[in-house]
Write a protein that binds this ligand. Structure first.
Ligand SMILES: [Mn+2]
Length: 436
């Protein structure tokens, strides 16, 4: 009470001076707003000029090539990116993705790659696989030699977790722009805003580009992710997606009808299943059930889990022979499900302690080979790349960037065939005590 009274008194007696003071305050405020508006306009003009300049100087080939040049120095923050360049890359990639159908048709031979999660060196090892010449983007001949006879399907989860999400996504986007029909980049559940907000990509961008620019670049990448396709059909026989199959479709063409863009899939939709679903844990009784079952995905708390019969029915219904998906880390890089009719591949070695990575190649006739990718220390990696360069200079020997074994499985084989392959792979590699 006392304070109210004294306030009233003071305003009564000192009204003149307080009005004056108020008007000065208002004036100052106005000036401040004007100043802020002036500087905002000035900044906007400056940014626009810088963006236009970046676009004039934008050199896609040089940008892509730079990613292949720096790998020999391994495992640091490799490239210094400018935000305007990243704006351009995102915009052009977005336009390119919109030209793909949601279900992309691809021809064999092709290489299918699983989760990469910011492991840039491993991406380069996979890209170098099968090429005798180190890719040189400045030289059109060598550029073509590296990738000419192959298509690539990447199954998503390029960003988050690892150290070099930015290098991975920039390499893949620039290859997509250079070879739009040969590089098919599917979307993973980490290419959604709510996920890469939390699991590393946003943090990496803010770390490398600063709060404001990092946030803006992150936003633009997600605008672009929102347009990426969700599935690929290799040779009309092998269906590829990040998560898995769905019970919310009636024809393969339903995938093409999923509207774009979307930042996060709506709950209980086909899009959500393609990004998130899983085969049920092998220890579950549902696996051996004779009825196709889609159940709540308790592990993820999102989308569905499906049993082996669901995969077999799905293949029959859509006249397919094999499903290739990623999304789950595997100790040996790959795992069969439904008698070899579904293969999970995970291409980031040492994502968890000691896991091996793997990727697939599909030959023209439809035979599937699994290539494993062991973890290499940065030092060994430099040696490996060094050895490769030596080889590419002279000798005839074929490249072996991906250390290790490859195994065959035939996508065209029958059910029994798949079983046989499963057994063989087990005897070679899979620890019996391991339960997926
Ligand atoms: Mn995933």
């Amino acid at each position: 009470m006392l304070s109210t009274l004294s306030f009233k008194n003071s305003s009564k007696h000192g009204s003149k001076s307080s009005v004056k003071a108020e008007s000065t305050v208002d004036q100052k405020k106005e000036e401040k707003i004007k100043d802020a508006e002036y500087y905002a306009r000035k900044k906007a003009r400056r940014e626009k000029r810088a963006e236009e300049k970046a676009l004039r100087e934008w050199n896609l080939i040089a940008f892509a090539e730079n990613h292949f040049r720096v790998v020999a120095t391994a495992n640091k923050k490799l490239i210094v990116y400018k935000k305007y360049i990243l704006f351009i890359l995102c915009q052009q990639a977005k336009e390119q993705f919109m030209k793909d159908q949601m279900l992309v048709e691809v021809n064999a031979p092709c290489t299918i790659v699983g989760d990469l999660h910011g492991q840039f060196q491993d991406l380069i090892r996979i890209l170098n696989h099968g090429s005798k010449v180190k890719p040189d983007f400045a030289d059109a001949n060598k550029r073509d030699l590296a990738f000419l006879h192959n298509n690539y399907v990447f199954l998503g989860d390029y960003v988050d977790r690892g150290q070099n999400s930015l290098e991975v996504i920039c390499t893949l986007f620039s290859l997509k722009l250079l070879y739009p029909n040969r590089f098919i980049l599917l979307r993973g559940n980490h290419e959604t805003l709510t996920v890469n907000n939390t699991y590393g990509f946003k943090h990496e961008l803010i770390n490398r580009l600063g709060d404001e620019d990092g946030f803006e670049v992150w936003r633009r990448f997600n605008d672009c992710f929102a347009c990426m396709p969700l599935a690929a059909n290799v040779g009309g026989k092998i269906l590829c997606m990040h998560g898995g199959i769905s019970d919310k479709m009636e024809s393969l063409n339903d995938i093409n009808k999923i509207p774009r863009p979307f930042t996060d899939p709506k709950p209980e939709t086909l899009a959500e299943d393609l990004l998130w679903s899983d085969p049920v844990d092998a220890s579950s009784i549902h696996v051996v059930g004779k009825t196709a079952t889609f159940m709540t995905n308790k592990v993820r708390g999102v989308s569905v889990a499906f049993n082996e019969q669901a995969v077999l029915d799905f293949l029959k219904k859509y006249k397919l022979e094999l499903i290739v998906r990623a999304h789950q880390v595997q100790p040996y890089g790959y795992q069969f499900f439904a008698g070899g009719k579904m293969i999970t591949i995970f291409s980031a070695p040492n994502y968890l302690e000691n896991n091996i990575g793997a990727f697939l190649t599909v030959t023209k006739s439809g035979a599937v080979e699994i290539h494993q990718l062991k973890f290499v220390e940065p030092k060994e990696y430099e040696q490996e790349v060094g050895r490769k360069n030596e080889k590419s200079r002279g000798s005839k020997s074929t490249s072996s960037t991906s250390s290790s074994t490859s195994k065959s499985s035939n996508a065209r084989g029958g059910r029994g065939n798949g079983q046989k392959k499963k057994k063989r792979a087990k005897s070679e590699h899979i620890d019996e005590s391991y339960k997926h």
